[in-house]
Design a protein around this ligand. Structure first.
Ligand code: URA
Length: 459
């Protein structure tokens, strides 16, 4: 008779192993993740392990095992019955980052299905769900059955996480937030990817921001995370690319909730408003990759062309309206985009001197948007759909003293002063133009280039 039996695991051993620089295997990681999801491992032990992981780092194998175990820790969405390739986009977040409202309908119009599970505003960055909820009636909290029904009808749906999706991340992220262990590449990678991959994606396009408004400010940190996410998602069976994109200034001319939707719907109507060129271009680049990875175009460039056609022939707009309507939103608000915009208070900030806009501290500008009422200080607080900032000048523009630089929209007059002061400090006006033109997309990681980057980073 065989005496081989599985050795029971104990959390204290996993903490010691990581503390001493060891690597956990997939079974050990699975034990830890299951214990976090079921709340059977005490928080002090999970917190101790997280700190050990933060200090020692996670190997590529540990990161992959953690991602997969977290992905599988709760209920999952399966797009298989929809009979189409499921593709999504994830952005590491920024100010005025509104591409979801364009890429989801454009990629869907090109024949893939886009099951997008999104987040809310927290800190200096905005949240896709808060923006969508500016549309009266729009429901973000759909059941998975409702989610599937919207996807079957429209090809795209944008919803919030269900309580049962990736419970391990909910437990671990709350602890990381309280123990100074958020900024670990392996932990960030597993947290982001587990939530995205729980939607059953065949392919994923990552938009990793760099520059003054990015979540990771140092370029090498953002690059490492991008490469790690691509390699990890690919190893977990999802075709993935990452585009490193500029967040050294707000994306487009609007930052807020309704005003960001307004900017996107103008673009979906085929308009080309001044100041929105970068939103249009980035959305087409991202959608192009989604369409390509989803097998509907030979290359990302061919995908771009298909997405541009969907933008220009109105098919993207039709998908967007259908999605909003299917999720309970009142599409009549789009009949008069400007008329629906009713901020409590409006104030134009004029240029205090003549010069070129050389720098924008985009994180500070994000805080200004939040303080106008568009974002929240604590999870659960309400946001003002009509608060935000409209920027009248982009980086590199020449502006004369007294010319409008930005328009602030606030909940009430008393909320205008602090954001105005922040904005005046955040924008640098100089006599000479900026030295270099910053590319919108500075680097692209595919599986091959991501793996090569990680191999070099280890050496
Ligand atoms: N966003 C996430 O979802 N998780 C992280 O760890 C960091 C950013």
């Amino acid at each position: 008779m065989s005496t081989t039996s599985i050795v029971p695991l104990h959390m204290i051993d996993l903490i010691r192993k990581k503390r001493d620089g060891g690597s956990l295997d997939a079974r050990e990681i699975g034990f830890l993740v299951a214990g976090a999801a079921a709340e059977s491992i005490p928080p002090e032990q999970l917190a101790a392990w997280l700190m050990a992981a933060w200090l020692r780092g996670l190997s590529a194998e540990e990161t992959r095992a953690l991602t997969v175990a977290m992905r599988d820790s709760g209920e999952k969405f399966s797009p298989a019955r929809l009979g189409k390739v499921a593709v999504d986009k994830h952005s590491t977040g920024g100010v005025g980052d509104k591409t979801s409202f364009l890429v989801a309908p454009l990629a869907a119009a090109c024949g893939v299905v886009v099951p997008m599970i999104s987040g809310r505003a927290l800190g200096h960055t905005g949240g896709t769900l808060d923006k969508l909820e500016a549309i009266p009636g729009y429901r973000t909290a759909l059941t998975l059955t409702e989610f599937e029904a919207v996807l079957a009808k429209c090809g795209a749906a944008i919803v919030s996480q269900t309580p049962a999706l990736v419970p391990a991340d909910r437990a671990l992220y709350a602890l990381r937030d309280r123990t100074g262990t958020v900024e670990s590449p392996g932990l960030i990678c597993a947290s982001i990817l587990s939530k995205k991959l729980a939607a059953g994606l065949d392919a994923l396009v990552l938009d990793v921001k760099t520059g003054s408004g990015a979540f990771l400010r140092k370029r090498e940190d953002a690059e490492y995370l991008a490469a790690l996410m691509v390699a990890t998602a690919e190893a977990a069976g999802t075709r993935t690319v990452a585009l490193m994109t500029d967040m050294g200034q707000p994306l487009g001319r609007m930052a807020g909730n309704w005003i960001e939707l307004m900017e996107c719907v103008e673009l979906l109507f085929g308009e080309r408003p001044e100041g929105s060129e970068d939103v249009r271009e980035l959305s087409l680049r991202l959608a192009g990759w989604m369409v390509h990875l989803g097998g509907k175009a030979e290359s990302a460039e061919a995908g771009y062309a298909l997405a541009e056609t969907a933008l220009e022939d109105g098919s993207g707009l039709r998908v967007f309206f259908e999605m909003v309507d299917s999720q309970g939103g009142d599409v009549r608000v789009f009949d008069d985009l400007k008329g629906f915009h009713k901020p409590g208070a409006t104030h134009v900030v004029e240029a205090w001197e003549s010069g070129f806009v050389t720098e924008m501290d985009t994180t500070a500008l994000g805080w200004a948007v939040q303080r106008l009422g568009a974002g929240r200080e604590k999870a659960g607080e309400p946001v003002d759909p009509h608060a935000g900032i409209e920027f009248h000048a982009r980086r590199g523009a020449r502006i004369e003293k007294g010319q409008p630089l930005a328009t602030l929209y606030a909940t009430r007059v008393a909320l205008l002063a602090e954001p105005e002061a922040i904005l005046k400090k955040a924008i640098t006006l100089s006599e000479t133009p900026p030295h270099a033109v910053v590319p919108l997309v500075s680097r692209i990681f595919t599986r091959e280039t991501a793996e090569a980057y990680l191999r070099d980073a280890v050496r």
